[in-house]
Design a protein around this ligand. Structure first.
Ligand code: ADP
Ligand code: ZN
Length: 643
C-alpha cells in the first residue's frame, strides 16, 4: 500500500538565461578577437611564413645574425633592406632569399649611413615599429580585461552584482498578465477579498479624493499550488496594471546588500509605472522571524533585505496606487514587523479547493483539451480530494499526454483516472522485473490490505489493487480513494481503521507465508505515526488524556513538530502504549485474515494471474466467500448503487 500524498508542485520563475553567447555578443567578439590574435601571432611570430607568403619571388628565409646582414650590405649581397624597431630584413640580390636578423643591437646609428654608402634602397618602419611593439605587448592584456569585464558582469547577474547590482535586474519579472478572475476557481473567499484592490487600482482617484486608506500589503496564505500566484496575476489582469514579481528566495544572495538594493529597484520600478502590483512569492525567505533560528551567513543579508522592504512599504503613502501582494505557506514563521499595520496587515487564506472548487478548476483546465462526451468530471473531482489547483491542472495535462501516447483523438475517463492514480502512486513501471517469489509476497501483502479495507468500519473502500511496481519504491499497492464528500475531520475509529488496514499487509505475509519481509516498513511507520499523533496531538488516549504533548509547527506543511515539555516517564509510557496497541491490533488483524483464509487465497491467485483487480472484484470475492461459508457479512461498506 502506498502513501496517498500528492506531490505539490511549486512553480517558480527561474532566471531564464538563454544561450550564453546570445546574451553577450560582445563577449563572443572578445573571444573571437583573442583567437584571431593567437592565430595571427602563430603565423607572424617567426617571420618565416610572412616572407614566403608575402612575396612569391622569395624562395627561402634565413635567420641570420645582425652582423651578417651588415656584412652582406657591405659586400653588396643585398638589393633592399627593411628596418623596424625589432628586426632588420634584407633581400638578397637575386631576390630569392630573405635574411632576417631579429636580435639587433640597441640601435645602430651607423646602419643608415652604411646603406646610403652602399646604395642599397631601404625603408624603415621606425615610426610604426614601436607601435606594433606596444600593440603586441598590450593587446593580450586589453583582451583579457575585456573578457574579465564581461565574465564579471555575467556572474554578477547570477550572484547579485559585483559591479553595481540592480538596474533591469533579471530577477524581477515584469509583465501585463491577461489572467482573469474566471481563471482562478475554488477560492471564492480569497477572490472576494482582493476585489476591492482591483477597484482601487482601476480608479485610484476616487479613493484618494475620499481620503480612504487602501491596504498597501496583502498576504496570500496557503499551501503550495493553490493559486496564490495566479490570483495575484488575476488582480493585475482584471485591473489592467503591470505586475512586478520576484521570489523571496532570490533575495537571499551571497553578498550583503544585494537583496536590499533589489528591493529598492523593485519598488522604484513599480512606483514609476503606478498603478501597479508587486508580487513577492515565498516571502518567508526574507521575512523569517528575526528571533527564530540562526542561519549561517545569510543572516545579516536577510535582515538588511527585510529592513529595506519595511522601509519601502512605509515609504509610499496610501495615495500611491501600488499594492504589494506576497505569498507564503508558512505565515507563522514571518517576522511580526511585516504584519504590522500599514504593511501586510491583511491576510487572505488561499486554501485547497473543496469538491465544487475542484470541479470548477478541472473545468477551467479542460477548456483547451479535447474531452470525450462520456467524461464525468464529477467523479474526477470526487477522487481528487486533497489536491491543490496545480495538481488538478497537472492531472488534466497528464491525461492528455496519456491519450496522445495511446494514439487517441480525445481524452476519455480512463485517461483521467489513470492520471489520478499516477499522481497518487507514481508511474507504472511495467519493465521492472520482479521475481515470482517476490510477486507472491506482494500479492498476499496487498490482498491483506484489501481485505482489511473492506471489512473495517471507518476505512475507505478499495478502488484498485495492483502488483505492478509503481513509482520509486512500491512493488504493489491498494488504492482506496475517498468516494464521498470532502473530509476535514477524522474520527477516532477512522484513525484506528487506518491502522488495521496498514497492518493487513504484514499480517498476511505472516499468516499465509509464515515469513515476514521488509515490504511492510512504510506501512508500520505510518501506523506508528498515527498512534503517536492520537496520543500526543489529538488527546485520544488514556496515557496522556487531553494533554497535548506536541504541536505541529505549520498547519500547511504538516511536518515539523514542536514537542512540549514532558517527563521521561511520560515518554516511556507513550512508547509502551503505542507498542501495546500495535500488538493488540496486529493480533486482531491476523485473526481476521485467518477467518477469511480462502478469500485471501482467491484474491492472491487472481492478482498473480492478472496483476490488477478493481475494487468491485475484491468485493465479489469476499461476498462469495461469506455466502459459501454461511457467514454473516462483515463487509463494512454499504453497497453503493451500481453504476
Ligand atoms: P501557488 O502560487 O499558490 O503555489 P500557483 O498560482 O503558482 O500556485 O499555481 C500553479 C498553477 O496551478 C497555476 O498556474 C494554475 O494553472 C493552477 N492552479 C492553481 N490553483 C488554481 C486555481 N485555484 N484555479 C485554477 N488554476 C489553478
Ligand atoms: Zn503495504
Amino acid at each position: 500500500m502506498t502513501n496517498q500524498n500528492n506531490n505539490n508542485q511549486n512553480n517558480q520563475n527561474g532566471d531564464n538565461n538563454g544561450n550564453f553567447f546570445n546574451d553577450n555578443p560582445l563577449l563572443a567578439l572578445g573571444i573571437f578577437m583573442l583567437s584571431l590574435y593567437i592565430l595571427f601571432n602563430a603565423f607572424m611570430g617567426d617571420g618565416n611564413l610572412t616572407g614566403v607568403m608575402g612575396d612569391p619571388a622569395i624562395k627561402n628565409v634565413e635567420q641570420v645574425k645582425y652582423s651578417d646582414i651588415r656584412k652582406k650590405i657591405k659586400d653588396k649581397g643585398v638589393k633592399s633592406v627593411k628596418i623596424t624597431a625589432t628586426r632588420v630584413e634584407a633581400i638578397s640580390t637575386d631576390g630569392s632569399t630573405k635574411f632576417v636578423a631579429k636580435n639587433i643591437p640597441a640601435f645602430d646609428m651607423q646602419l643608415i649611413p652604411l646603406l646610403e654608402k652602399s646604395g642599397v634602397p631601404y625603408e624603415g618602419q621606425v615610426g610604426e615599429g614601436p607601435l606594433e611593439h606596444y600593440f603586441n605587448m598590450f593587446l593580450p592584456i586589453i583582451l583579457l580585461l575585456v573578457l574579465w569585464f564581461f565574465l564579471a558582469k555575467k556572474m554578477s547577474k547570477g550572484m547579485g552584482g559585483l559591479l553595481g547590482a540592480g538596474k533591469a535586474d533579471k530577477m524581477i519579472n515584469s509583465e501585463r498578465p491577461d489572467v482573469k478572475f474566471d481563471d482562478v476557481q475554488g477560492v471564492q473567499e480569497a477572490k472576494d477579498e482582493v476585489l476591492e484592490i482591483v477597484d482601487f487600482l482601476k480608479y485610484p482617484e476616487r479613493y484618494i479624493e475620499l481620503g480612504a486608506k487602501i491596504p498597501k500589503g496583502l498576504l496570500l496564505v496557503g499551501p503550495p499550488g493553490t493559486g496564490k500566484t495566479l490570483l495575484a496575476k488575476a488582480v493585475a489582469g482584471e485591473a489592467e496594471v503591470p505586475f512586478f514579481s520576484v521570489s523571496g528566495s532570490s533575495f537571499m544572495e551571497m553578498f550583503v546588500g544585494v537583496g536590499a538594493s533589489r528591493v529598492r529597484d523593485l519598488f522604484e520600478l513599480a512606483k514609476k509605472s503606478a498603478p501597479s502590483i508587486i508580487f513577492i512569492d515565498e516571502i518567508d525567505a526574507i521575512g523569517k522571524s528575526r528571533s527564530s533560528g540562526n542561519q549561517m551567513g545569510g543572516h545579516s543579508e536577510q535582515e538588511q533585505t527585510l529592513n529595506q522592504l519595511l522601509a519601502e512599504m512605509d515609504g509610499f503613502g496610501t495615495d500611491t496606487p501600488v499594492i504589494v501582494l506576497a505569498a507564503t505557506n508558512r505565515p507563522e514563521t514571518l517576522d511580526a514587523a511585516l504584519l504590522r499595520a500599514g504593511r501586510f496587515d491583511r491576510q487572505v487564506l488561499v486554501d485547497k479547493p473543496d469538491f465544487a472548487g475542484r470541479l470548477a478548476i478541472l473545468k477551467v483546465h479542460s477548456k483547451d483539451v479535447k474531452l470525450a462526451e462520456t467524461v464525468d468530471m464529477e467523479i474526477i473531482a470526487k477522487q481528487t480530494a486533497g489536491m491543490a489547483g496545480a495538481d488538478l491542472a497537472n492531472i488534466v495535462n497528464e491525461s492528455a499526454l496519456l491519450a496522445g501516447r495511446r494514439n487517441k483523438k480525445i481524452i476519455g475517463q480512463d485517461e483521467l483516472l489513470e492520471a489520478i492514480e499516477r499522481a497518487f502512486v507514481g508511474l507504472e513501471r511495467k519493465n521492472r522485473k520482479v521475481s515470482d517469489i517476490e510477486k507472491n509476497i506482494v500479492a498476499y501483502h496487498e490482498s491483506g490490505h484489501a481485505l482489511m479495507a473492506e471489512l473495517t468500519k471507518g476505512s475507505t473502500r478499495v478502488t484498485k489493487v495492483s502488483i505492478i511496481p509503481r513509482g520509486l519504491g512500491a512493488l504493489g499497492y491498494t488504492l482506496h480513494l475517498p468516494d464521498e464528500e470532502d473530509r476535514f475531520l477524522k474520527r477516532k475509529y477512522e484513525l484506528m481503521a487506518e491502522v488495521d488496514v496498514l497492518l493487513g499487509g504484514r499480517a498476511a505475509e505472516e499468516v499465509f507465508l509464515g515469513e515476514i519481509s521488509t515490504g511492510a516498513g512504510n506501512d508500520l511507520d505510518r501506523a506508528t505515526a498515527i498512534l503517536k499523533d492520537m496520543i500526543m496531538v489529538y488527546g485520544m488516549s488514556e496515557v496522556a488524556g487531553l494533554m497535548v504533548l506536541s504541536r505541529s509547527q505549520s498547519s500547511f506543511l504538516g511536518g515539523g513538530q514542536i514537542n512540549n515539555e514532558f517527563s521521561e516517564q511520560m515518554s516511556q509510557e507513550i512508547d509502551a502504549s503505542i507498542k501495546a496497541t500495535l500488538t493488540e491490533r496486529y493480533e486482531y488483524v491476523k485473526q481476521t485474515l485467518r477467518d477469511y483464509n480462502d478469500a485471501i487465497e482467491k484474491m492472491t491467485a487472481v492478482l498473480l494471474d492478472v496483476e490488477v483487480i478493481e475494487g468491485k472484484k475484491v468485493q465479489e470475492i469476499i461476498k462469495a466467500f461469506e455466502e459459501e461459508n454461511g457467514l454473516e457479512s462483515r463487509m463494512a461498506h454499504v453497497q453503493t448503487k451500481e453504476s
